[in-house]
Write a protein that binds this ligand. Structure first.
Ligand code: SF4
Ligand code: FES
Length: 352
């Protein structure tokens, strides 16, 4: 009989969780969920090798393990650091982390254009959320921002390199989902850029997934560009029989018109697993770009959208994620008293 590997006990922001050895701090934090989970701009659990580029997921390891209790001197990238038994980690409870994260956001925004009002990613942009949650109000940057020419990746994808944060996710999609990679990062340092180098089309059948993994508005869907603000659309889950992919999508509708089709996303903004085989539900370019009529799809119902998302302002989503009820935990099981007779607890002014 095979022996089951013992689980590691980890504490993140004073909340305990037990995970398999080999789990990263970020994944352990995702098991707890909520604010304890560090933000991740480059890590993507469904793309092998991703992570370790953006540093937004930095955490403080205040106790290395039960065996070696020494804290780690530097803040660690939680997406690349594996847990140890007895490890204690601070994320939102660490002032060092908050300060470092604000610094990382400042760096990411240094050359990023503040064009949210006209950017197609607005409302579902991870950098926009990160800026609101961890960024400073003003900028200290006095120099001209780095800009690039817009580039066409074929008929369906537009690259705005000026908005790119060099997370490398799109290159992993091209490497791991498509037959060949036609784009990559050219040059170094301040000049580093995503490019096909000689403006070649990226025309692989699964190339559209690069748009879904891009955390900012650097890669956008040309069939949707400037058609609508995402919060005015109605996201619904739909499927069709497709011989290339799982055919399970989110349709972003306005009235009867399908404005956009994307893969379904989970609470971390990553592609959901397919209901058919439990594998990541990446979708093909035919489902994404060519099927823009509702009668080409079987509509399942409203899509799940986080209740904190601006997309939810139209109240279109299906299941709202309800916040965890913490009151009874704090009260150690005791029920709150909504009505109380003061004479039950006080001797003062006793009833006659
Ligand atoms: S284009 Fe998007 S996905 Fe690709 S490296 Fe830039 S930010 Fe990341
Ligand atoms: S998410 Fe960990 S370094 Fe980017």
């Amino acid at each position: 009989m095979s022996e089951q590997a013992e689980k590691f006990k980890v504490k993140i922001d004073n909340i305990s969780v037990e995970v398999e050895p080999g789990t990263t701090i970020l994944q352990a934090a995702r098991e707890i969920g909520g604010d304890v989970t560090p933000p991740a701009m480059c890590y993507y659990s469904k793309l092998e090798g991703s992570g370790g580029k953006c540093r937004t997921c930095l955490v403080e390891v205040s106790k290395g393990s039960d065996r070696d209790e020494r804290p780690m001197p530097k803040l660690m990238a939680s997406c690349r650091t594996q847990v140890m038994d007895g490890m204690e980690v601070k994320n939102i409870t660490s002032e060092r982390v908050k300060e470092a994260r604000a610094g990382v956001v400042e760096f990411l925004l240094m050359n990023h254009p503040l064009d949210c009002p006209i950017c197609d990613q607005a409302g579902e942009c991870h950098l926009q959320d990160l800026g609101y949650e961890h960024g400073a109000e003003g900028t200290r940057y006095e120099f001209e921002r780095r800009t690039f020419k817009k580039e066409n990746f074929g008929p369906y994808i537009q690259l705005h390199m000026t908005r790119c944060i060099l997370c490398y996710r799109c290159t992993y999609v091209a490497d791991q989902l498509t037959d060949s990679r036609g784009h990559g990062i050219v040059d170094r340092g301040d000049h580093a850029a995503i490019s096909t180098y000689i403006e070649k089309a990226v025309d692989n059948d699964f190339s559209g997934n690069m748009i879904d993994v891009c955390p900012v508005g650097a890669l956008t869907d040309k069939t949707f560009r400037f058609k609508n603000r995402v919060w005015f659309t109605k996201p619904v889950y739909a499927h069709r029989d497709c011989d290339k992919c799982c055919g399970e999508v989110t349709l972003w509708n306005r009235g009867e018109n399908v404005l956009r089709a994307t893969a379904r996303k989970d609470e971390w903004g990553e592609v959901k697993d397919s209901q058919k085989d439990g594998k990541p539900g990446w979708i093909c370019n035919t489902c994404r770009f060519d099927k823009k009529k509702t009668d080409e799809w079987t509509i399942e119902g409203p899509a799940d959208v986080s209740r904190h998302s601006v997309i939810n302002q139209g109240h279109h989503s299906g299941t709202f994620s309800k916040g965890e009820e913490t009151f009874s935990k704090i009260m150690q099981g005791r029920k709150p008293k909504l009505l109380m007779d003061i004479h039950d607890v006080s001797e003062v002014n006793k009833k006659q």
